[in-house]
Design a protein around this ligand. Structure first.
Ligand code: BT5
Length: 276
């Protein structure tokens, strides 16, 4: 028998605004419900919204994953938000945005006591199942390209509500930890703003140290993996590093390969479980 979930209050927006108050450049917009915060944020960016515009929804009717996949969470059981940035980056800097976002969410959860890990490129696992997904999109706007950093975090989803068996929530992983959604969101967004500003405003060493920090936090490094390549086909081997361009370095039978985009399955020898 499954018990009904506890009533879920709406996001405490006053608390969130107060928590962001001294953080320059974050402009939150709250929606009770929308199809996708990434779609709204992209529209705002095209309309001229400045760097730091933050779109938050208490429920997404049609949350988006990567490659036209979906993202689904019961109303008010998670966090769904998208941050508009206007990076001034060379083309090779852009692939770092999703990695930086995944690292930041992971670190924020670890700081709160969760055993979170980042799976390349940007899934957040707790510790083996997915608690957060990230969708970073580049949007053409009249004043230059904008980045929309979309984050979905499962907060109070119960076991019987999980959209897929490979998902988990903060509540399921650590029922003993309190997780107020406004505090969580404020903490993650502030950490994201800080890390992005430091990296974006830094010199070449900022990327070198980001790469080293990412590789150290990345659960994929050291594992046997199978990577579905965007152009079709698979690559199997052992992930050994994340290089200075953010690519996953995989040792295969045929030599060392670098993967810039793809879906990684962590393959474990026993028991034979796989995390998509
Ligand atoms: C992602 O895609 O993980 C990116 C998800 C990004 C969601 C945020 S919410 C705010 C913003 N607005 C949006 O519309 N999107 C962003 P991907 O790696 O393709 O994973 C998608 C797959 O994860 C699905 O095909 C399901 O298998 C699984 N999935 C769906 N909902 C999930 C959930 N709540 N928790 C864990 N896994 C889920």
């Amino acid at each position: 028998m499954t018990s009904a979930p506890a009533p879920r209050p709406p996001l405490d927006t006053a608390r969130l605004v107060a928590a962001l108050d001294d953080h320059d450049g974050l402009r939150p917009e709250f929606l009770d419900e929308t199809d996708s915060t990434n779609a709204v944020a992209a529209d705002r960016a095209r309309e001229g919204a400045p760097d730091g515009t933050l779109v938050v929804a208490d429920h997404q009717r049609a949350g988006r994953g990567r490659l036209d996949r979906g993202w689904s969470v019961p109303p008010r059981a998670g966090l769904s938000f998208s941050l508009v940035l206007r990076p001034d980056l060379p083309p090779h800097g852009w692939p770092w945005l999703p990695l930086l976002t995944g690292l930041t969410v992971t670190r924020a959860l670890v700081d709160l006591g969760y055993d979170a890990r980042v799976k390349w490129p940007n899934d957040v696992l707790l510790p083996e199942r997915k608690v957060a997904g990230i969708l970073v999109e580049r949007v053409a706007t009249p004043t230059g390209p904008a980045a929309v950093l979309g984050i979905g975090l499962n907060v109070s989803i119960a076991e019987h509500e999980l959209p897929v068996p490979t998902a988990t929530s903060l509540l399921l992983a650590r029922p003993d930890l309190e997780s107020d959604r406004a505090d969580l969101l404020a903490g993650i967004v502030r950490a994201l703003r800080d890390r992005y500003d430091a990296w974006h405003g830094g010199d070449a060493t900022a990327t070198t140290s980001l790469a080293a920090e990412y590789a150290a936090a990345c659960d994929t490094v050291g594992r046997a993996v199978r990577v579905s390549l965007p152009g079709g086909g698979d690559l199997t081997g052992r992930a050994v590093d994340v290089d200075a361009s953010g690519m996953l370095v995989v040792e295969t039978a045929g030599g060392v390969e670098r993967v810039g985009a793809g879906d990684v399955v962590h393959v474990r020898p026993a028991p034979d479980t796989e995390v998509e």
